[in-house]
Design a protein around this ligand. Structure first.
Ligand SMILES: [Zn+2]
Length: 506
């Protein structure tokens, strides 16, 4: 018999979910990159002077004058490619570069009355540069005071994480009361999972912090064993973090460990865990260029407000507070992370990041495995929440992957919640259903939001869909605070789960 228990509610976390924090979506990112190629930095207005100057220095000095860096991250080549294709969107730009690289072909650009031929090596370096700039733009977007998140902006995400963590303690206690076996998924697996299509680790960072806080409280189960909560990344993952010793591999807790620890014959403590997947990669992660192992960064800072979870930057001033740990890292700096397996130095260009397209995820084996896990999780879901994630209409690969993943589900029972933001409707009802959805679609025919909603109503049965136009974080906030009831309504609505929270696992 195959595994019976899977996370019942799946949250697809997308760019719309972190817009409130200042993070950019791909559409905005390409606009900013266009500006950068025109030497226009006006979008940084209002940021801390130190950050503005460091960013300008990176673009206009280090990437041009540093002989080593300019070869690795070829900003001149990137500018040429973008200037000849000013209308390209991000997805097209990446796809074009990938195609050239895959076919080992160069690029001939006619610009300012001259031909510029870029050999394929330069296309590769231009792609690295594009990824680097994206990472730096996102890192800057969340900082006002260098090195720190903005307290007011981050607090809804922290509170949301805190409620999620508390709910999973509550769920664990109730599952224990019902006698679910601790070494089976029925007990230990969270009833929700998060699939982040964002590269930013903001939600992960907050969950790590709220887990840590709960784990310190020594919450006891009936027989006196402590309950601990962790995130599972879907694959075996090594990480670098704050308690670092120079010669040691540290692993994040995964499901196989969880089964072992919860073994009734060797009682020590009890673990529950939730799936948190990053199928498009994550900032600060690396694939070692020597041994090929996957490493993630879980921050070397204990300060909740620190942005170190984004990993080290090429320039110290862009990531204030990052401490290089090993003697090798201290020698090489420039965003280096030493591989804990083989000791090779990795750099920001070893970060496996893929654009919306799932087409080229095949090449990165760790992301391929995560994608397999994602397919399984989606396949078994009972309720899918689109949290600021709109199935990219222009990306046929994502849509078809999604459709084939849910094709085995009974459409009559598969439920869907979609959270979007519409300033004209955000003050209205929390959720639109049935007739109200049709009315909204009729009135707002031309907007891109409508396209997204239609797309989703095509896949799901409209009777099983509810839509909110309040956006994130408003959908779970009440009087300026994250509301436990609203989070429960978001993940386990009575309309979809008759028993309410904690849900029943038969
Ligand atoms: Zn290695």
């Amino acid at each position: 018999m195959p595994e019976k228990y899977w996370p019942e509610t799946i949250v697809l976390w997308g760019a719309g979910a972190t817009k409130y924090l200042g993070l950019h979506g791909t559409k905005q990112l390409i606009e900013l990159i266009l500006k950068i190629t025109k030497d226009d930095f006006s979008f940084l207005y209002g940021k801390d002077e130190k950050l503005i100057n460091a960013f300008k220095k990176l673009i206009n000095y280090d990437l041009i004058n540093d002989k080593r860096l300019s070869k690795i991250y070829d900003i001149k080549a990137l500018k040429i490619i973008i200037k000849t294709n000013a209308k390209l969107d991000m997805h097209e730009l990446f796809t074009m570069m990938d195609q050239l690289i895959e076919n080992n072909m160069g690029y001939n650009a006619f610009l300012n009355g001259n031909n510029h031929f870029l050999r394929v090596e330069r296309i590769q370096a231009a792609k690295r540069c594009l990824i680097l700039i994206i990472e730096e733009l996102e890192r800057i977007s969340v900082q006002n005071k260098p090195g720190y998140f903005d307290k007011e902006n981050i607090s809804p995400y922290y509170e949301f994480s805190k409620v999620l963590t508390e709910l999973m303690v509550e769920e664990g206690k109730e599952f224990e009361r019902r006698g679910y076996k601790r070494d089976s998924r029925r007990f230990y697996l969270y009833s929700y999972a998060i699939i982040s299509f964002n590269w930013d680790p903001v939600l992960l960072w907050n969950l790590c912090n709220t887990n840590r806080e709960i784990n310190k409280k020594n919450i006891k189960l009936k027989d006196g064993l402590n309950l601990k909560l962790y995130e599972d990344f879907g694959i075996q993952t090594a990480f670098i973090g704050s308690n670092y010793s120079e010669s040691e591999i540290k692993y994040t807790v995964d499901e196989s460990q969880c089964k072992g620890i919860n073994d009734y014959n060797y009682p020590s403590r009890i673990i529950r865990m939730g799936k948190m997947l990053f199928p498009h990669g994550m900032f600060g992660s690396r694939i070692c260029p020597e041994c090929g192992k996957y490493i993630i960064n879980l921050s070397n800072s204990c300060n909740k407000m620190s942005t170190n979870i984004f990993g080290p930057s090429l320039l110290k001033d862009l990531q204030i507070g990052w401490q290089y740990r090993t003697s090798k890292e201290k020698t090489y700096e420039r965003g280096s992370i030493e591989c804990p397996y083989c000791g090779q130095i990795t750099y920001p260009y070893d970060m496996p990041i893929i654009m919306q397209t799932l087409a080229n995820s095949k090449k990165v084996s760790c992301l391929r495995e995560i994608k397999t896990e994602m397919g399984l999780i989606i396949k078994h879901a009972k309720h899918i929440v689109f949290a600021g994630y709109s199935l990219p209409i222009d990306d046929i690969m994502v849509k078809t992957f999604f459709m084939s993943s849910i094709s085995g589900n009974d459409k009559k029972t598969l439920k869907c919640s979609l959270i979007n933001y519409d300033s004209d409707y955000c003050g209205g009802k929390s959720w639109l259903t049935g007739q109200n959805i049709s009315e909204y679609l009729n009135v707002n025919k031309d907007s891109s939001k409508v396209e997204c909603i239609k797309n989703i109503c095509d896949i799901f049965n409209i009777d099983n869909v509810r839509i909110s136009l309040k956006g994130i974080p408003d959908i779970f906030m009440e009087n300026g605070k994250c509301s436990r009831e609203k989070v429960i309504d978001l993940l386990y609505p009575r309309k979809f789960f008759r028993e309410g929270f904690p849900i029943i696992r038969d």
